[in-house]
Design a protein around this ligand. Structure first.
Ligand code: FEO
Length: 400
């Protein structure tokens, strides 16, 4: 039996850890697992904030019963309907048939669509309030962070923002559940990976949500994944991470993402990287797209403002893994990257042409001259790669 974890005298953590799934959304690796966070406020009325993935409904419902301590469940506040949070909703409704399900119009549509539930659904508007007794909840619609129905809920007593996916991270909660009980720095890269992989397309809605957050004092950020943020410096830090990522602002550094079948195109990547380092760029990250999960490549592309992509020609097209990566970058409406590219071919070149098209479609600023290599590296290609590395370094240094 697992017990709920008290955060305050009337606030409980009843989330769960998932150390079993290999892929989040069946796409993104989970080497450190993930938590599905759910919370209960126990006042004159009781309110549950989101549920958990259906795989963990048994343990979740047990913890909920203990946290309720004999009370009934009055409200389920749904901040987000993606099944990693709504998965246990159907079972919850069976266990507590009189629970009021609270969400906005779009939530109600999804509750009906996923679960066939139409009764006991309370539709709220942006800014509407709900009293639990001592606690007053205020609902703020934050569409597309990360689905159209997403909202955040503010508790006026403890000054908590229940933020849904926002400020969430991959990684389980091992022992501690708050930033003060854990090493928060273990989670920052996993926060960036979560954001860039899952929410990354929605920079503008995230900016609007951050604007709304400015209106209130925040002592706790209770996200649906990862640690609860309670320390003032950590709260500022994670809001800052979100602000920067959603404005597509990168740090000084370059991601070189390349495909290579037999090592020839890789030599181009190595040469560009060498020159970047010679020019004083310390953050240079080479990713072999066939070996490294794209999840981490996307994370690093969000972190750094320089991006260089290289590819061999394959079946008169781009190398398939490179094409797949480009589709993920385009799918996130990535902006504001300094972009360089290179490619190779053996008998007929196509890769460089496709990379030029990608640069045009994304409106990335092209840096340096593209390099195209036939078969293997010779002195002229070497020098062209050096020039590309130097041009990118110069561009980054101009931004200092
Ligand atoms: Fe954690 Fe958008 O679900």
């Amino acid at each position: 039996m697992l017990k709920p974890i008290p955060i305050k005298e009337d606030l409980f953590y009843i989330g769960v850890n998932d150390r079993t799934k290999h892929l989040f959304e069946n796409l993104w690796p989970l080497p450190k697992g993930v938590s599905y966070n759910s919370y209960l406020i126990s006042d004159e009325k009781t309110a549950l904030f989101d549920t958990v993935d259906i795989c963990y409904s048994d343990i979740f419902l047990q913890k909920l019963e203990i946290a309720l301590g004999g009370k009934t469940l009055d409200y389920l506040i749904i901040n987000h309907m993606e099944p990693d949070h709504s998965g246990s909703l159907g079972l919850l409704k069976t266990r507590f048939p009189n629970v009021q399900i609270v969400g906005n119009k779009r939530t109600a549509d999804m509750v009906q669509g996923f679960f066939g539930i139409t009764d006991g659904v309370k539709i709220i508007e942006d800014g509407e309030e709900l009293s639990l007794g001592k606690h007053k909840l205020i609902f703020y619609l934050t569409p597309m962070v990360h689905w159209p129905e997403t909202m955040m809920t503010y508790d006026t007593v403890h000054k908590i923002i229940f933020s849904g996916d926002a400020f969430g991270t991959f990684g389980t909660l091992d022992g501690g559940i708050t930033d003060a009980q854990l090493h928060p720095e273990r989670y920052y890269d996993e926060m960036i990976r979560y954001y860039s992989n899952v929410v990354g397309k929605f920079g503008s809605p995230v900016q609007k949500a951050l604007e709304k957050l400015k209106a209130f004092e925040i002592n706790y950020i209770c996200s649906t994944h990862g640690p609860i943020w309670t320390m003032e410096d950590q709260i500022q830090k994670v809001i800052g991470i979100y602000d920067k990522l959603s404005r597509y602002q990168g740090d000084e550094g370059v991601v070189i993402a390349y495909g290579s079948m037999y090592g020839n195109t890789e030599q181009m990547a190595e040469t560009v990287a060498y020159e970047l380092a010679q020019q004083g760029i310390r953050e240079v990250i080479l990713h072999n797209v066939s070996k490294r999960s794209h999840s981490y490549i996307i994370r690093d592309i969000f972190k750094y403002k320089g991006l260089i992509v290289g590819s061999p020609t394959y079946n008169n097209k781009l190398f398939p893994e490179v094409e797949y990566l480009l589709s993920k970058i385009e799918g996130r409406d990535m902006k504001h990257r300094h972009f360089g590219y290179f490619g190779s071919f053996t008998w007929a070149g196509a890769a460089v042409k496709r990379l030029a098209q990608f640069a045009q479609d994304t409106k990335f600023e092209i840096v340096g001259s593209p390099v195209e290599m036939k078969q293997t590296m010779r002195q002229d290609t070497y020098e062209a790669c050096i020039s590309l590395g130097r041009a990118m370094a110069d561009k980054l240094k101009q931004d200092r």
